[in-house]
Design a protein around this ligand. Structure first.
Ligand SMILES: CC(C)(COP(=O)(O)OP(=O)(O)OC[C@H]1O[C@@H](n2cnc3c(N)ncnc32)[C@H](O)[C@@H]1OP(=O)(O)O)[C@@H](O)C(=O)NCCC(=O)NCCS
Length: 139
């Protein structure tokens, strides 16, 4: 069973999952930033065990929300945990009045976000030496 819990400050579970996935597995160095201070964070629990995380936040545009740091621990992948995290974050964005969600996708994850209904736009770019592309979804 998958449960989702929201946190208005960065929970310990998110720190552990993001460190394992983005730092240890993918080699990113600058993982935590000022956005963590004002984003809404979600943790997905599979049978009570923390399995994945993500965050949603507002930037300049009142009608749009940004989703980011979506990560699922290896042993919980391909169980729809990632897709569930996306749905939960999109629901929160919509409840908050947003008409659109957007994100910066690692190019290797583009197919995952397409499955979640996102469309890529513009050229790919490097963020911490990793190719990314901007994607959006109308809610
Ligand atoms: C990307 C990630 C979050 C996906 O999580 P997940 O729980 O394994 O994904 P789901 O099981 O919810 O997959 C949903 C769908 O997307 C597809 N999918 C998952 N990862 C994919 C990928 N990298 N490329 C293409 N399709 C992918 C699945 O096959 C599934 O398709 P289906 O509905 O036809 O069966 C996870 O692999 C992960 O944490 N990766 C490392 C961190 C990362 O790259 N995060 C994204 C940063 S931008």
């Amino acid at each position: 069973m998958i449960d989702y819990k929201f946190y208005s400050s960065l929970p310990e579970e998110a720190k552990l999952i993001r460190t394992e996935v983005f730092c240890d597995e993918q080699g990113f160095i600058e993982e935590f930033d000022s956005v963590d201070g004002y984003a809404l964070h979600v943790i997905a629990y599979v049978d009570g065990e923390p399995a994945g995380t993500g965050r949603v936040f507002k930037q300049d545009d009142e009608k749009s929300r940004h989703i980011g740091r979506v990560a699922v621990l290896k042993k919980f992948r391909s169980l729809n945990v990632g897709a569930g995290i996306m749905s939960q974050l999109e629901l929160k964005a919509k409840e908050d009045g947003a008409e659109k969600t957007e994100l910066s996708s690692q190019c290797q994850a583009q197919g995952f976000y397409e499955k979640c209904g996102y469309t890529a736009e513009g050229e790919s770019y490097l963020d911490q030496h990793c190719p990314h592309i901007h994607m959006f979804k109308l809610l």
